[in-house]
Design a protein around this ligand. Structure first.
Ligand SMILES: Nc1ncnc2c1ncn2[C@@H]1O[C@H](COP(=O)(O)OP(=O)(O)OP(=O)(O)O)[C@@H](O)[C@H]1O
Length: 546
């Protein structure tokens, strides 16, 4: 059951469970990776004598007592982290490390923390909030990811990385820059190259881990947080911390050229869904809650559409909220995503826990096809370079073949006397030489046959041409005769001529003298008929007028 868990995790077996086919956060590469984290019962829940309503049967399963329907529900995920799991466990086994590696390789990767308000999203991502005694300083998985990221960069010696960080929040459907606080909202635009993006968003270059931690702290300080019944430090906005990782690698074929790619790591802390009755939200907090719920509903709609193979290729309602616009790339398939679904273990929160697990189950069905992000021009240059390389290889190969054939031609030209072909020292080349010789011989034989056939055809053609010429001459002669005859026939004898010599029809007699062919006979008949029709014709019978 835990055979895929790395040896270091043997002590963790009681703290988490992995689905039977999972390794480090999932081997199901085609789908969004979804893990569940269950926080411990909070002190206020213990105080109210609330009890745990979730159980962990193992193999990535989580079982929740559904009090409303009176039975238990079981859901399966890539990994389920139990309340005792530490931040390091989540970082190590959620698949987040793999996402950081992929972002360094040039993919767009996203980590989303989703769940009910107070379920532990912010705690998981950035550690405990607030200050003072009793507040631990356990780093969040984002902090751990920063260290891992710079470790990874150090190890990739052949690549130069430049990292930029931007941090925004979506508050009441408006985008605000957390690194450049201002009441002015940033418009969300769309471009062919970038997809949806927040215009004029500040991006800070971060040279080391310290810079990134500074960016995180600055953003946390500026985000909208409020207290309500269920969480003293409730996030009232969705936050997106986006790291752009630009890598330059020297082209192995051309040391003067650099290949550039741009990976992206988006770390998203979603505001918690809430039942406003439970949180007792009023006034501004109620407006925030409605906006949060609405945008999470739109996100849910997009997830549902993407998870359904029949709807996936149709319209996905990304444009219905700022959040879904900015997450379009992460969800839409070109990137890689990890959802950390955070849930409360308490019985009072069981309906919300079930709702979160359903939402996460749907997300798990989304298929992705991650692609490396490169500048389209650089991509073109790369593909052209690859083509040039292939053509060069083909050229070299063809040159080698030409040399061999030339060598064989020399052999042929020298009457079959054997000549050692240059570069033909290896056994393979000798084999090839032999094959080529046979092939050339066959071609020559075939050529010879074709030449003979060709000569025959030429002879036949000559004969046919001569015949054709004779026929043409004969034709010409006959045509001339016919023309002469027609000329004679067309010129009708004058009335006077007919009167003087009714029987003499010189034209007719000359035409008849050509022979007795049917043609001439019929022509003569036509001519006679015409003659007979003429008024005053001496040999025609005149018909009385009617
Ligand atoms: N795994 C955990 N271990 C110990 N305490 C936790 C854990 N997860 C959450 N908590 C505590 O639970 C409380 C609520 O957590 P958190 O603020 O992270 O919730 P949230 O899901 O981000 O809520 P919201 O959506 O309202 O912002 C905090 O006091 C936090 O310290």
């Amino acid at each position: 059951m835990y055979s895929n868990v790395p040896s270091t995790a043997s002590s963790q077996e009681s703290l988490m469970s992995l689905s039977s086919d999972e390794g480090q956060g999932g081997s199901d590469l085609d789908n969004i990776n979804v893990v569940v984290r269950v926080r411990p019962l909070a002190s206020h829940e213990v105080g109210k004598k609330d009890i745990q309503a979730v159980q962990f049967p193992g193999e990535g399963q989580i079982m929740v007592d559904d009090q409303i329907n009176g039975h238990s529900r079981v859901y399966t995920f890539n990994v389920v982290f139990e309340p005792e799991a530490s931040q390091e466990d989540v970082f190590e086994f959620s698949g987040l490390k793999r996402l950081v590696d992929m972002a360094l390789d040039g993919f767009a990767c996203t980590v989303l923390a989703y769940g009910q308000t107070g379920a532990g999203k912010t705690y998981t991502l950035t550690g405990p909030q607030g200050e003072g005694a009793g507040i631990s300083h356990e780093p969040g998985v984002i902090n751990l990811a920063f260290s891992y990221l710079y470790e990874g960069i150090k190890q990739r010696k052949s690549e130069d990385f430049v990292i930029h960080a931007s941090y925004l929040e979506i508050y009441n459907e408006h985008v605000l820059d957390l690194l450049n606080p201002s009441p002015k909202h940033l418009p969300v635009r769309w471009s062919k190259d970038k997809g949806f993006y927040a215009e004029n968003l500040f991006a800070v270059e971060c040279e080391d881990e310290g810079d990134l931690q500074g960016v995180l702290e600055e953003g946390k300080k500026n985000r909208q947080v409020r207290s309500h019944n269920m969480n003293e430090h409730s996030s009232r906005s969705h936050t997106l911390l986006v790291l752009t990782l630009t890598a330059e690698t020297r082209d192995l074929d051309d040391p003067h050229t650099f290949i550039r790619r741009q990976g992206k790591l988006s770390l998203v802390d979603l505001a918690g869904s809430e039942k406003t009755k439970k949180t007792n939200s009023k006034g501004e907090t109620l407006v925030e809650a409605n906006n949060i719920n609405k945008s999470l509903l739109v996100l849910g709609n997009c997830i549902s559409a993407l998870a359904d193979p029949r709807k996936r290729s149709g319209h996905i309602p990304y444009r219905d909220s700022c959040l879904t616009k900015l997450l379009a790339e992460s969800l839409g398939g070109g990137g890689m995503a990890l959802m950390i679904a955070c849930v409360s273990p308490s019985r009072t929160n069981a309906p919300e826990t079930i709702s979160t697990l359903r939402y996460a189950s749907r997300a798990k069905r989304i298929k992705t096809k991650p692609i490396v992000r490169m500048d389209p021009r650089e991509q073109l240059i790369m593909s052209l370079k690859r083509e040039v390389k292939l053509l060069r290889m083909e050229n070299t190969y063809l040159r080698q073949q030409t040399n061999l054939v030339n060598g064989i031609n020399v052999i042929m030209n020298q009457g079959g006397r054997e000549i050692t072909v240059e570069d033909g020292n290896t056994g393979n080349q000798k084999e090839l030489e032999k094959d080529l010789t046979t092939m050339v011989n066959n071609y020559m034989q075939e050529n010879e046959n074709l030449r003979a056939e060709n000569a025959q055809l030429h002879q036949m053609r000559e004969l046919l041409i001569r015949d054709h010429e004779l026929v043409c001459k004969e034709n010409e002669r006959l045509m001339k005769k016919l023309a002469d005859m027609e000329q004679g026939l067309v010129r009708s004898p004058t009335h006077e001529e007919c009167r003087q010599n009714p029987r003499s029809d010189s034209t007719m007699s000359s035409a008849m003298s050509f022979g007795n062919s049917g043609l001439w006979k019929s022509l003569a008949n036509i001519s006679k008929e015409r003659e007979a029709e003429k008024p005053g014709s001496s040999n025609g019978e005149r018909k009385p007028p009617h």
